[in-house]
Design a protein around this ligand. Sequence first.
Ligand SMILES: Cc1ncc(COP(=O)(O)O)c(C=O)c1O
Length: 466
Amino acid sequence: MEPRRNLFGLSAQAKALLIEKLSSTASTRSSRVTRRLAPESEDRTGRLDVSELEGFREIRMIREAAEFLGIADPFFRVHDGIASAETTIDGRSYVNFASYNYIGLNGHPDIVAAAKSAIDRYGTSVSASRPVSGERPVHRDLEHALARIHGSEDCVALVGGHSTNVTVIGHLLGRDDVIVHDALIHNSIVQGATLSGARRVPFPHLDHEAADRLLRETRPRGGHALLVIEGHYSMDGDIPDLPAFIAVARRNRAWLMVDEAHAIGVLGPRGFGSADRFGVDPGEIDIIWMGTLSKSLVSCGGYIAGSKELVDYLKLMAPGFVFSVGMAPPAAAAALAALELLEREPERVRRLNDRAALFLRLAREGGLDVGGSIGASIVPIVTGSSIRAGRLAHAMFERGINVQPILYPAVPERAARLRFFLTASHTEEQIRDTIAILLEESRRVASEPSDLAAVARHLGASRLSS
Ligand SMILES: Cc1ncc(COP(=O)(O)O)c(C=O)c1O
């Protein structure tokens, strides 16, 4: 997502004025570091002064503003036990809407047993990259299972979901190429695109006609074109028209990559993801399927499923695979056991979708803004202001409900929200109670004034006195 530079609803101009006012000395910025004007004040020890880094001052301002507004920091809370429909924080039990444990598999006895048995057999690490001496049978077993559910010829699994996108996109594309992607695409794809050096062209969210036009306009003569979408968008819980994007990719001779991080275990009658939902035969099309193991599959890692040639190429060329350790045996075994459970127990997916649809319907009936969510597992409640989102999350927490606010700059200020992740383990009663509390608290929070001028005054005063 392209963050819009505005803080707590202040326009860019007002924020510029505010920042200017907050600065005790005028400053100029390089792309990464705020330079100091007075050389005599420079730290001559050579130590990195983190406060010089771009963004540091912004973090501090956001923290000070939150403190001024009485909003507790919602990040890095320490959970005890397995986070599912409920969780324990500081000895108190909460109804939990902040886990990716979509189909309730975390802690399942079969998965725990598989992970333990992999440790008994192979230890906790494979101690080397797979090409060197890190290959274990569980890696290929997992990859074959992932290729099976995607209907692909083969698959390669890597140690992290984020790093999979970075290394694969970063290495597949180069300076002569173009990457056309949804404007709300995940950060890992933007990072990979930046690393590749290819031209990066975002298209408006879900708009396949715009993607078509932009591909036509920007496709380089000699180079490649990659079109990237997510199967199920993590911020909004909405989905692209997959058949339309397939047609766009074909028309423009572009590779199509679909990030299924939030689609596996969630979309389609079997929970096999976007192709399952749209009835597309994935074997017939040359799609690059990307996924993570950290959500429905309750492990840690990322993967690419696709043609044999693509997987072969990545296993020999992608730096994040070749120069990085193989997946830890218990992580690979856990993901494999989770996949087998998904295949055996599709009713988990139905239950998840039913619970999410109930949440979505009740929220809509209560007049809340749920954006374009389809109610498969992710439902945003858009407040339109970071202050209101922070206050509402804080109020929900006080009432025993754990939900994360998503604030600027993760989303544009006007799209600030609470993000509810539903799981198959939530009960109907938990959902009905949560919506009742949410309606009550959002009315209360909406009636509280958000005095931005007072926030700015406070930030100015605290900066000048620090
Ligand atoms: C769409 C998408 N892709 C990739 C990732 C990265 O996956 P991981 O958290 O497993 O590294 C995420 C993480 O939330 C995601 O939402």
